[in-house]
Ligand binder design. Structure first.
Ligand code: COA
Length: 710
């Protein structure tokens, strides 16, 4: 990415001075708490409280107006009621302030869009950047700066958090304090009137202290830009995202909550995957994974062993390992050699390695140190169930010791310790010392699982830029005709022309204007043929009885012609019939759907999956944001549950997968290059054996509202 190494908002995170407009002496007011947090957090730069009353607050002289401060201000924190914010921003402009974080609520999130626009305009014309409004503030470990109104102290560390929800952000600070998770930064993005995730990631990703980034997102505004930034970010650091709005109701709540539209969840999910971002379902999961990324080495290979003192938890771990695609190492000769000294005769050296309920801390040490010295084992899942035979006073030293040994060897180890009070106490001590331990088997396994997932992404990603050649001038001229006609959709012959301009094979076809032409064209194309009504007033031809299949001779063509005209007129007596399309009846093959659309959040996206009339019921489709290359298109196909059908099942030959990839690329090119098209759907695309190609059977293309497009 261009300018990726610049951090234009460095002085937001590392300001040499801060002004707090609305600083207050009244405990409990936000203006008091922020100043108090800045002071008690150990911020080292100059602090300038601003309040028309003047005087002193917490021993600091108060400026009655920001203009009175004798220095250019790097960061102004605004905590005055909404009606005073515009004035304050104007004063900041006179002072040539660099950044303003507006804590105040009462702008676009409640429909006060105009006021927010005015603020942005003043900032833009004066070279200032704005964070917020409607935020809880910003913490940055690099400047020991807690410019938030959080109630808890923040521990410095290696996790950076960006959150669109302020309240949840404040709660997250509380949770990190309890769980002893150190932060390099936490930023509330609020209404994102100017500074957004893209700007913040530019600073955080190259920053040394930040090892993992956690984002809480409610809605995406400029999705195409976010795709670029996230792809760039995940090349360097793991990014974990939680997005609300998974459910339809949740999406509606998120949309009204933030004033921005939450994109469809399937698309969001697919695009995050495409960008290498790991999506967590809940805060617990996200924080577990953050801890693991922050403190465990990355796995170099995939061979994993589970070491346990209980068979049950071993099976639980095995189930979750499968869910997260973790390779459980199976070479019995190697495993026997590595573990035979630490496993009693009645235990098992088969993976999960069962050192049995009689194991004490020495047995554990021996067993957990075995993978450190075994070149065939890359990662370990260590499970401990509290037993009376275990010397519980040695639980913490045993885990610290084996964790350190793994760390030195550059191998990850993930612990789940399950039990009562002693286990809980051990958890607290170990977390304080930055050892990622969990009290759920699932958490230990999933943490390692996402670490593998991230490594796999890095290994498999391809930045190759590919663009399918299409005749865009011809496509635009076809669309212009429809627009002239005031139509937001294309007729089937126009869609077919677009397919031909894009190099996508359709069945041979011609539009007959009368019965004689229909017979002539059927003879030319060769029997059997298909006939379909062509009418701008009939979009769903089958519903109208406007389709006849498998017509094997002239008589059948003649009958079908009359029936289609009659059915269509019955269906919609006002319909204008432009003709009857006569086309080649294609042979059976695997039916896929390939489509593309302009997504409101992410811009152009492509889709492919299992096609046919049950597409909405089967819902076996995958999405990607553009651009993609053929490598990514292949990954899409592999993600479809029905992919084995393309490989050939029950003795069938492999299908023309290259042809499908080519079609996905071409459909992607159309939506990307032609900004008047909003939706393309080819369903079905009938795919034949390898090298025998495919046929785009039914194509629907929607275009922008003629008023908007011209
Ligand atoms: N310049 C400087 N100080 C000013 C000022 C100005 N133009 N106008 C007023 N002030 C002072 C006030 O005198 C007051 O100081 P005081 O306590 O010494 O009297 C202080 O600024 C705060 O003003 P006040 O009217 O008491 O407001 P408040 O503290 O009740 O509320 C906000 C201010 C910003 C906190 C409130 O408007 C708000 O938006 N709250 C929601 C914040 C939020 O939840 N954000 C999202 C988080 S997720």
């Amino acid at each position: 990415m261009k300018n990726s190494h610049e951090d234009p908002i460095k002085s937001l995170f590392e300001p040499k001075n801060i002004a707090i407009v609305g600083a207050s002496n009244v405990k409990g007011k936000i203006g008091y708490t922020i100043l108090n947090n800045i002071v008690s957090g150990g911020y080292r730069g100059n602090i300038y409280p601003v309040n028309p009353k003047g005087g002193t607050i917490m021993g600091y002289s108060v400026y009655q107006n920001i203009a009175d401060i004798n220095e250019t201000i790097d960061l102004v924190t605004v905590a005055v009621p909404a009606k005073f914010v515009l004035d304050t921003v104007e004063n900041c402009a006179k002072k040539k302030a660099k950044h303003i974080q507006i804590i105040t609520s009462g702008f676009s999130e409640i429909g006060n869009i105009e006021e927010e626009k005015k603020i942005v305009a003043i900032a833009k014309s004066n070279g200032m950047r704005i964070l917020g409004p409607n935020i809880f503030g910003l913490y940055s470990a690099a400047a020991s700066m807690n410019a938030t109104f959080s109630a808890s102290k923040i521990k410095s560390g290696h996790v950076a958090i960006l959150t669109q929800s302020g309240a949840l952000g404040v709660a997250m600070i509380g949770k990190t304090a309890v769980d002893n998770i150190g932060l390099s930064a936490i930023v509330s993005t609020g209404n994102k009137c100017d500074i957004d995730e893209n700007d913040l990631l530019r600073y955080l990703v190259p920053q040394k202290e930040t090892r993992v980034i956690l984002m809480y997102i409610e809605g995406v505004k400029n999705g195409s830009k976010l795709i670029d930034t996230l792809k760039w970010a995940t090349e360097k650091k793991p990014v974990i995202v939680i997005k609300s709005g998974r459910s339809k109701r949740g999406a509606m709540a998120a949309a009204s909550h933030t004033g921005s539209l939450a994109g469809s969840d399937e698309i969001f999910d697919a695009i995050m995957k495409q960008c290498g971002v790991i999506r967590a379902k809940c805060l617990n999961e996200a924080f577990n994974w953050c801890e693991f990324f922050a403190f465990c080495p990355t796995p170099k290979g995939r061979n994993t062993v589970i070491v346990t003192n209980g068979g049950g938890v071993g099976v639980l771990a095995t189930d979750t390992a499968e869910e997260f695609d973790i390779d459980l190492y199976d070479d019995q000769t190697v495993l026997k050699q590595a573990f035979e000294d630490s496993v009693p005769a009645f235990g098992s050296t088969k993976n999960p390695i069962d050192i049995t309920g009689g194991a004490n801390s020495d047995h554990y040490k021996m067993a957990l140190n075995a993978p450190v010295n075994c070149k065939h084992i890359d990662a370990t899942i260590a499970l401990y169930c509290e037993t009376s035979t275990f010397d519980s006073e040695n639980l913490v030293p045993m885990i610290k010791d084996t964790f350190e040994n793994h760390k030195k060897a550059g191998k990850p180890i993930s612990y789940a310790i399950v039990g009562g009070e002693d286990v809980e106490k051990a958890m607290i001590i170990l977390k304080k010392e930055n050892v990622p331990v969990y009290n759920e088997v699932n958490d230990a396994v999933s943490s390692l699982g996402v670490s593998f997932q991230y490594q796999r992404y890095l290994k498999e990603k391809s930045d190759l830029v590919e663009e399918a050649e299409i005749d865009i001038e011809r496509i635009n001229s076809i669309i212009d005709l429809a627009l002239k006609d005031q139509r937001p959709f294309l007729l089937s012959n126009e869609s077919a022309d677009i397919m031909s301009a894009a190099g996508i094979t359709m069945p041979k076809s011609k539009i007959a204007k009368n019965i004689n032409q229909a017979i002539q064209y059927a003879n030319e194309i060769g029997y059997p043929v298909v006939m379909k009504v062509v009418s701008r007033d009939i979009l769903h031809k089958s519903d109208a009885g406007g389709v006849a299949l498998d017509l094997i001779n002239q008589n059948e063509v003649l009958d079908a012609y009359e029936a289609i005209i009659q059915n269509s007129m019955d269906y919609n007596p006002q319909a204008t019939i432009d003709g009857i399309e006569v086309s080649e009846m294609v042979e059976k093959g695997v039916e896929l759907i390939v489509g593309a659309r302009m997504d409101r959040a992410f811009g152009p996206i492509v889709m492919c999956g299992m096609g046919g009339i049950y597409v909405e019921v089967i819902k076996d489709v995958v999405f990607r944001g553009l651009p993609i290359n053929s490598h990514e298109a292949m990954k899409m196909l592999k993600e479809i549950r029905s992919f084995p059908l393309l490989l050939g099942v029950r003795g069938e030959k492999k299908k023309d997968i290259d042809g499908v990839i080519d079609t996905i690329m071409r459909v992607g090119s159309i939506i990307k290059k032609c900004n008047k098209i909003t939706d393309i759907e080819i369903n079905p695309v009938v795919v034949y054996e390898q090298n025998k190609g495919l046929r785009a059977l039914d194509v629907r293309i929607l275009i922008k509202n003629p008023q908007e497009a011209t």
